[in-house]
Design a protein around this ligand. Sequence first.
Ligand code: FAD
Length: 302
Amino acid sequence: MSFAAWIDASLGSGIARHFMKPYNEKLWTVPLEELTCDWMGRFVPSTSLECILNGALADQSSNAGYNATFSYPLRGGIEALPRAFAAGLANVHTNCELVRLDVAAKQLHFKNGQKACFDRLVTTMPLPALIRSVSDVPGVVREAAQQLRYTSVCNINLGINRNVTDKHWIYFPEPEYCFYRAGFSHNVSPNQAPEGCSAIYVEVGYSDWKPLNRSGLVEQVKTGLVQTGLLTPDDRILAELCLEIPCAYVIYDRHHRPCSEIVRTYLRENGIVSIGRYGAWEYSGMEDAIWQGRLAAEEIMG
Ligand SMILES: Cc1cc2nc3c(=O)[nH]c(=O)nc-3n(C[C@H](O)[C@H](O)[C@H](O)COP(=O)(O)OP(=O)(O)OC[C@H]3O[C@@H](n4cnc5c(N)ncnc54)[C@H](O)[C@@H]3O)c2cc1C
């Protein structure tokens, strides 16, 4: 069953038309008929008529969805998490871009000219990029990797001179807004913005199938936020930062399962453990990445 068919069958045409389809088309950037339901798991909670009515009529705080409660560092943003892990390690090298992986020689070549050898390799690089770097990759694996599709996200961060909302994040299915979600990290930790100010992130999805027109994008986002009522024309923008996430969401189409399996089996047979959201080529979060890291370490250490 396609994701589109699942929406119609499970939620009905009203919710499909007003939220599920327009929102997910923005997020996934491809027709929902092309998506399978393999990714849904905890990310699309099942519901009931009673829950839907309750959610529509009351500002309710039931535990709906996988992210109704969550943890977040009090200080340092989410970056505090990798910093805490790195604090216990001595030999972390950053700004080393892998450009060639010689599987037969078990050698890594980096853009800065450095080389490294490995017996076992743990990688979290996006699978298509990793396979592109393999010098001696079998044709069947290269072709499988070429079938793996993904979306990108342009993340527009704004600092505003007042508290614009008490929400954590809001979804925007409406076609008039180029973004699909906006979040307010000052409501997650008070240290995310100066007192009385807001830290807003706005996410715009794009891909080879829905290219992004970057000219005037930030202005378009600001205008959209005013139209939603979140910002007013008088608000002062104190900070502005655009960040790109080139590989953001793995697209679960009919090639996803067989092709990622071919690629990961090849890597595993060559002592390469590919994990995390982009290494396992899946829809997952940070807790999954940390857990998979632990399992990989345990496996390698026997
Ligand atoms: C828009 C968005 C919102 C999200 N929100 C949440 C959330 O609220 N909660 C949550 O738990 N998760 C969230 N996630 C998912 C979370 O970001 C990932 O699960 C997590 O970052 C995966 O960690 P990782 O270490 O496996 O991979 P990554 O964090 O992607 O690390 C992979 C690393 O590989 C590096 N790399 C790539 N190519 C090369 C190369 N050639 N050479 C060397 N290095 C390379 C990259 O620079 C990157 O640092 C979100 C993801 C997105 C895109």
